[in-house]
Design a protein around this ligand. Structure first.
Ligand code: ATP
Ligand code: ZN
Ligand code: MG
Length: 499
């Protein structure tokens, strides 16, 4: 990528320069910098260059032009350092740096339009070039914001290229054909029977005793057939997720359109809230704008279930002999804003999931995923007798960063489980198995005693999705359900009647 940086900055000094240094001294010094420090590390003929300078009172104005080898902002810090040494001899220090203009010009394909970027006040896209006019100060340069903007652009290109191709989906396994005993939408039947009722929230249901018992039967099959034999122990993961967790898990890069946000009051002083309470009392309406001013977003509700667990291991070193670690959580709800995609109990804003997490060396984690998959197949065949398939897909974190290529080795990646819904003929993902590589141990700084790389995997079993798939294929006449399932589910309780 052809790239050019043009930076105009001012060094602010602690004393007047015009009295201390002569113009020829300065010319000599700039020449020295242009030939030395600003070229260091770059191939011959490359690097940065001071193309203009000017001294006025206590300020030195500079224009720096560079290529990608010594980026102009790096050149500026090198210069600040050199000027510091040079002026030190004259007992003058450098107080600060002001950035007047910073333009980055990049060779750019016409196709991908960039409308807005952080720390960029203007973007001009013309004749195969993208010109960015940055709005940055010294602190932003120290934080390497320009480098991160360039990385962001690379990711956007990569993601656009990836989007262009059809989404990666590759069939791994297909079960045999099965008998279907139902051809309607199971959610409608559940409502008709009074087994569920829509709750007050969007994409949220209240599950009556019968369906709850079916959920618990699925859980029991999962625990008995998969978790117990593979040595799993239960844990309780938090369900509120503060920003720091999503920063470490990578979700902070893209979760925003789907998150359920959590806010806390700015203070719990009742006086601070009195106006809100009074408004409600006289109008019977909750004053949303007044509340918005008084709260602070501190994170979101559980989205992927395993990320907040990793705080348990954060910063720790693990002895090799306790591997593989195998734990699961089923302690609460997951929340996603699914917008217009909501459908029955198949796509919800609030759902229930068992999350299975395993941690080990690379070899152990890949091997364990296979054992888990064998266990799942047993359940789908013996307990549920469903028609399903397994497909290799790009995991969320790779798709997001446009790193789909990495998934081609098939070591790190996701297997989606899908089942056909006879009433619509569509396939529904009802669970997944993901090998996440070193992503989580790295993000949460977890190490292995031997120094070998730590890997992990996770698998999310959606109870509503299992129920949707099972009932859609096997229907509601329990005598037609597989024997093994009938045994664990038992009699379905009748509690409510309505007049
Ligand atoms: P989809 O492509 O259907 O949106 P996803 O790829 O977003 O699914 P994952 O992030 O892989 O889903 O979540 C793991 C599991 O959680 C899914 O296999 C499914 O069982 C369950 N799940 C995810 N989103 C929902 C939802 N909105 N309603 C019910 N279950 C869900
Ligand atoms: Zn997970
Ligand atoms: Mg989704």
């Amino acid at each position: 990528m052809n790239i050019e940086f043009q930076l105009k900055a001012e060094l602010k000094c602690s004393g007047s320069l015009s009295d201390a240094v002569t113009s020829s001294d300065l010319t000599e010094f700039v020449k020295y910098c242009n030939e030395g420090v600003l070229k260091k590390g770059a191939p011959p003929g490359c690097g940065a260059e001071i193309t203009w300078w000017d001294v006025a009172g206590e300020k030195i104005g500079l224009k720096i032009v560079s290529d990608r080898f010594v980026r102009a902002h790096d050149a500026l810090f090198r210069l600040k350092n050199e000027f510091g040494k040079f002026l030190g001899k004259h007992r003058i220090g450098i107080r600060g740096v002001e950035i007047e203009d910073y333009e980055i010009g990049i060779e750019w394909e016409e196709g991908l339009r960039i409308k807005k970027l952080p720390f960029v006040k203007e973007i001009k896209q013309e004749e195969g070039r993208l010109r960015l006019f940055l709005d940055v100060d010294e602190y932003a340069l120290e934080k390497r914001i320009p480098d991160r903007i360039l990385k962001l652009l690379e990711d956007k290109c990569e993601a656009a290229r990836w989007k262009g191709k059809s989404e990666h989906w590759e069939l791994l396994f297909e079960s045999g054909k099965r008998d279907f005993y139902f051809d309607k939408d199971p959610t409608e039947e559940l409502i008709k029977r009074g087994w569920i009722r829509h709750a007050a929230g969007r994409g949220q249901w209240i599950y009556g005793p019968q369906l709850t018992k079916i959920f618990r039967a699925f859980e029991r099959a999962l625990l008995e057939e998969v978790c117990k034999p593979l040595g799993y122990e239960e844990m309780i993961f938090p369900k509120f997720v503060p920003w720091d967790v999503w920063k470490r898990s990578g979700h902070a890069k893209g979760i925003y359109p789907e998150a359920y946000y959590v806010c806390t009051p700015k203070t719990r002083d009742p006086e601070y809230w009195e106006e809100v309470m009074d408004y409600y009392k006289v109008t019977n309406e909750v004053p949303l704008d007044m509340i918005m001013e008084r709260i602070e977003p501190v994170g979101g509700m559980c989205y992927a279930q395993c990320p907040p667990f990793w705080i348990f291991l954060q910063g720790k070193t693990i002895p090799d002999e306790i591997l593989p670690i195998t734990v699961f959580d089923r302690s609460g709800t997951s929340h996603r804003y699914e917008s217009g995609g909501l459908h029955g109990i198949e796509r919800l804003d609030e759902f229930h999931r068992v999350e299975i997490v395993w941690i080990g060396t690379k070899k152990q984690v890949i091997e364990h995923a296979k054992q888990l998959q064998e266990g799942y197949r047993r359940i789908f065949e013996e307990f549920m007798d469903i028609e399903w398939r397994e497909a290799w897909v790009t995991p969320w974190f790779m798709a997001q960063e446009g790193k789909a290529g990495l998934a081609e080795s098939k070591e790190v990646g996701t297997t989606d489980y899908e089942a056909v819904l006879p009433y619509s003929g569509k396939w529904l993902e009802f669970q997944n198995v993901s090998v996440n590589g070193n992503k989580y141990p790295k993000g949460f700084s977890v190490k292995l005693q031997s120094g070998e790389e730590l890997w992990s995997g996770c698998s999310g079993v959606g109870l509503e999705r299992w129920a949707a798939v099972f009932l859609a294929q096997k229907g509601f006449e329990s005598h037609k359900w597989p024997e093994k399932f009938r045994t664990i589910v038992g009699e379905l309780p009748e509690v409510f009647r309505f007049l």
